[in-house]
Design a protein around this ligand. Structure first.
Ligand SMILES: [Cu+2]
Length: 80
């Protein structure tokens, strides 16, 4: 996270991939899946959150502090 944006805002990974988010700015952020598959604590600067995606599908998430800050992880067999 930087400039109150998830960068990249969308990634495609294979099942079994662990994705790590890093907050590189001073503004606190969270990573919250809209379907409650995962939810981070509040991440301050240099805070990280990791989640291993095992189920194929689209995972839309946002920052609960800044709800217009959105991202998506697409889990697809054979990706990556
Ligand atoms: Cu935020």
């Amino acid at each position: 996270m930087d400039h109150s944006t998830f960068i990249p805002s969308e990634i495609t990974v294979a099942p079994g991939t662990t994705v790590t988010w890093v907050n590189v700015e001073t503004m606190p952020h969270t990573v919250v899946d809209l379907n409650k598959a995962f939810r981070s604590k509040t991440l301050v600067k240099d805070g990280t959150f990791s989640f291993t995606f095992t189920t194929p599908g689209d995972f839309d998430y946002l920052c609960s502090i800044h709800p217009n800050m959105k991202g998506k992880v697409i889990v697809k067999p054979g990706a990556g």
